[in-house]
Design a protein around this ligand. Sequence first.
Ligand code: SF4
Ligand code: SF4
Ligand code: SF4
Length: 369
Amino acid sequence: MSISRRKFLGWMGAAGASTLVGKTARAAANKQFSGYPDSNGVLFDSVRCIGCRKCEDACNKVNELPAPEKPFNDLTVLDVQRRTHANTFTVVNQYTPPGAKAPVFRKIQCNHCLEPACASACFVQAFKKTESGAVAYDASVCVGCRYCMIACPFEIPAYEYDKAFTPRVVKCTMCQPRIEKGLLPGCVESCPTEALTYGKRKDLLKIARERIHNFPDKYVDYIYGEKEMGGTSWLYLSGVPFKDLGMREDLGTKAAGELTAGALGAVPIVVGLWPVLLTGIYAVTKRKEKIAQEEREAAVANAVNETQAAADKQMMTAQEKAEKEKAAAIEKAVKQALAEAAKAQEEAARAAEKEPEAKDTQDKTEEDA
Ligand code: SF4
Ligand code: SF4
Ligand code: SF4
């Protein structure tokens, strides 16, 4: 049996969970459950999708995400294949299947699996399949190990790497807060062609079957998500093979929990060791983060000290310069004053010398007269 790295890590993450945190986590990793048959989901019909990106725009707004570099009405972004990331919970990609007359579009977001691999891999149970259908995430218990990202077969969860202090794993929430208020998911509400339909999963399956039945020349006779990985709450219809829309056709129908149970039986020794390894990795990661934090603080303190020292030095130099300039100015002023005083003295002396001469001349003139 060949096991991909992704599957292996998914199994191992879940296996570790079962032994590490006891009964509660064991239930999360291995328990088979119905996937809440009455839960809700969304049907995406790629035959109806026109690639307008209105759903992306709505998702950005309802989740109050940062504005993208290019506006949502700029369709040049469709020239490249994109993935969801920390600031984008959904993307629409464009495909040109062989022989197709026009491009075909596919919307990507969390599929809200019935038995989610992300939840199986999470040893602190930060992910939970809710009765409404959404796979919810609890940031308050997340330790940031990112096993969910490795385990997800659809490569959906993203990590807020740019948030230094409170990074979270982020993904589509199926607009849970809006659903609780009786509103439709933002993307569903905004789609102008009704390529997105929200409702009970079992009703969506009926609608999908009807479309396939009524328009056999338009649709491939397959509902993607009905069975993949045990089934997903988002379901897909297409007019071209799903692999031509970049969708994995190798996932099988077993849920992550079932795969985990198999792995547990097959590798008991690794299962025993895995929690130790997980704990070790977690401890090392935390220690690294602590050291990094201490180094950052030391660097900041050092920079502050250096800046302060440089400022003090500059201040001292400026003061010394000012003192020198002041002393020079005083000296100059004193010299000038002394020179002026000396000049005044000379002039006074000369004037005094001239005064008797002038008097003699005046006396003589008076005598002659
Ligand atoms: S698509 Fe990925 S992230 Fe979403 S529920 Fe499934 S496993 Fe979890
Ligand atoms: S359901 Fe909500 S969070 Fe998910 S893609 Fe649609 S708008 Fe975004
Ligand atoms: S809003 Fe509807 S038609 Fe437009 S890209 Fe999204 S799913 Fe397709």
